[in-house]
Every structure is written in structure tokens, then in C-alpha cells.
Design a protein around this ligand. Structure first.
Ligand code: HSE
Length: 310
């Protein structure tokens, strides 16, 4: 096999109470990447469709940086290089794991073309190097669900320990992307380096509650646990209409609502597709009132993660 086309899904990171440790994969939206072996050594990006913001310089694009991390871990370097053609369907700065989708697609596809020397779980640590380039921090809460699908928990970063979580089939996500851009690196710098013990107690209670609620399919517990007292109070002010979106989505039946990753996208979780669609309509009319262009997406939790497509 000399060429492969892969899809890596967009993701919602943090999921309210799991800053930098929890995330889930969305269906349908994500990046597509064609990877081809080439005779000359080295990595090249010959095309990027769907975004003018990204560099084709191999030192400045997450695709090539993540791939280089993978190649550096091989016992023997391949006698060929790789070329990448990327179609961006997750906008950079949207809060839907744009850089993670590209990094996940790259390491997954290159690993396949090399005969799968690494497991999918192992690929997370290479894709994290793409996140380091994009945001300054090698966080895994977008790349892990983008690669593995479902809900993933980063139980530990050192050593890396990724847990694939159980979740109810009837859980649906609604995401809205108001058309503004927030750089993850800026949104990370905004946060306090230290937190109060009383906030930590609330946060870890909620994180444990959310994971138990997901496993037991206890929707009421999921709803009670979707609360973030650490990042959301600081970042929420950057997103016009955020507090109103929370209020109205819950009134429409959502279990809970918070910022997707570092924003500006907002996500809500609901029991059942119908409620999730009602929440999408609530988001649409809110941003229309505010006068801000927005894009809504209703999604089941994507169980597959990154995959080969035709
Ligand atoms: N956990 C990261 C953050 C996700 O909130 O900064 C960025 O998409």
C-alpha cells in the first residue's frame, strides 16, 4: 500500500469537569487526510484545503510534527518519505479539537502505511506532540478520543494511562460554534496556575460523578456532574451568549452544557436524539438574536475514532 485516506473526528475536550483529562469523539465532522509514500526522504505537505491559516512548513504544522515523533520512535527509519494532503473540516480555533484531528489522522495513517508497528493507544503520545506545537502543552484530551473514539479519560500523563470509558447509547451531543476564534494557547494562559482546595473538591466530586453516571447510564447523575468551577468561570466571559446558552439549553431538556475544549464552541449533552435536536434549535435562535453567525451539529458519540475511508 502506497497511499491511504483517513478520517479523524472532531472532539469535545474537558466535558465540563475534566480539564485536560476527559474528552469524547463526534461523528461526521473531522479532518480528512491523504497520506502517500514518496521516494525522497522527509515529510512534505503538498495541499491544505478548507483553511488558509495553517502552514505547510513541516516544522510548523501539527501533521508533520506528530509524524516526526512517531518516526523518531521506530527502531529503523523507513527508506522513503511521506506526503500529506489535508482537507480541514474542523476549523482551527473552534474548540472542537482541530489540531488534534489533524495530528490523529497523520499518525494513524502513517502507522498503517508502515505496517502498524504501534497500537492505536500508543499513537496518542505521538499525536500529543502536535498538540504541544499548537497550544504549548502536550495535552491528550482531544487526541485520545479522536484516535480511539468514545469517551476517554487520561488517568495519568506520566506514565500515560488512557482509559476508554463506558457510556450510554442514548447519549447525544449538541455543539454550537459561534463564528469567533479563540486560540487554545491564549485560553490556557488565562487560567490560574493554582486552584483553591474548595474548588478542587467540587471538581473531583463532579468528575467521579460524571464517570459513574456514564457507566451506570444514570442521566440525572450525568446532568448533576456537568459543572466546571475551574476553567469555565474564567473562559466563559470570552464567549458571547454563553450563560444564556447554558440556561436555555437546560430549559430545552439538556442534561448540562459547558465550553467545548477551550471554546468558543459550546456543547450540551442530552438523553435522546430529539432533545439534542431541540437544543440545537435553541442554540441557533440564540445566536441569531445575538447577531453572531453560528454552526450547530447534533451527534451521537462516535465509537470508532480515526479510520480509513475511501
Ligand atoms: N483541555 C484543553 C484546554 C482542550 O481546555 O485547554 C483544548 O481544546
Amino acid at each position: 500500500m502506497d497511499s491511504i485516506k483517513v478520517f479523524a473526528p472532531a472532539t469535545v475536550a474537558n466535558v465540563a469537569c475534566g480539564y485536560d483529562v476527559l474528552g469524547f469523539a463526534l461523528d461526521e465532522i473531522g479532518d480528512e487526510l491523504i497520506i502517500s509514500k514518496k521516494e525522497t526522504l522527509g515529510l512534505t505537505i503538498s495541499a491544505i484545503y478548507g483553511s488558509d491559516l495553517l502552514s505547510k512548513d513541516p516544522n510548523r504544522n501539527v501533521i508533520t510534527v506528530a509524524t516526526q515523533a512517531l518516526l523518531n520512535s521506530l527502531d529503523e527509519a523507513p527508506e522513503f518519505g511521506f506526503d500529506f494532503r489535508l482537507t480541514k473540516k474542523v476549523q482551527p480555533g473552534s474548540g472542537l479539537g482541530s489540531s488534534a484531528s489533524s495530528s490523529a489522522a497523520a499518525v494513524f495513517g502513517v502507522n498503517r502505511l508502515l505496517g502498524e508497528p504501534f497500537s492505536k493507544t500508543k499513537l496518542v503520545q505521538f499525536a500529543m506532540q502536535g498538540e504541544k506545537l499548537a497550544s504549548g502543552v502536550p495535552h491528550a484530551d482531544n487526541v485520545a478520543p479522536s484516535l480511539l473514539g468514545g469517551f476517554t479519560l487520561i488517568r495519568s500523563y506520566d506514565p500515560l494511562d488512557i482509559i476508554e470509558l463506558d457510556y450510554p447509547d442514548e447519549l447525544y451531543a449538541t455543539v454550537v460554534h459561534p463564528n469567533i476564534e479563540i486560540k487554545t494557547s491564549d485560553a490556557k494562559r488565562m487560567l490560574k496556575k493554582q486552584i483553591e482546595l474548595r474548588d478542587a473538591i467540587v471538581q473531583w466530586g463532579n468528575l467521579a460523578g460524571l464517570i459513574h453516571g456514564l457507566a451506570k447510564e444514570d442521566f440525572a447523575l450525568i446532568g448533576r456532574s456537568l459543572e466546571d468551577v475551574i476553567a469555565e468561570p474564567i473562559r466563559g466571559i470570552l464567549i458571547p451568549g454563553f450563560e444564556e446558552a447554558k440556561k436555555r439549553s437546560k430549559k430545552a431538556g439538556a442534561l448540562g452544557c459547558s465550553i467545548s475544549g477551550s471554546g468558543p464552541s459550546i456543547f450540551a449533552l442530552s438523553e435522546g436524539l430529539q432533545t439534542a435536536q431541540k437544543v440545537a434549535e435553541t442554540f441557533r435562535s440564540l445566536f441569531e438574536e445575538i447577531g453572531l453567525e453560528s454552526y450547530q451539529h447534533v451527534s451521537a458519540i462516535n465509537p470508532k475514532g480515526t479510520e480509513v475511508i475511501k
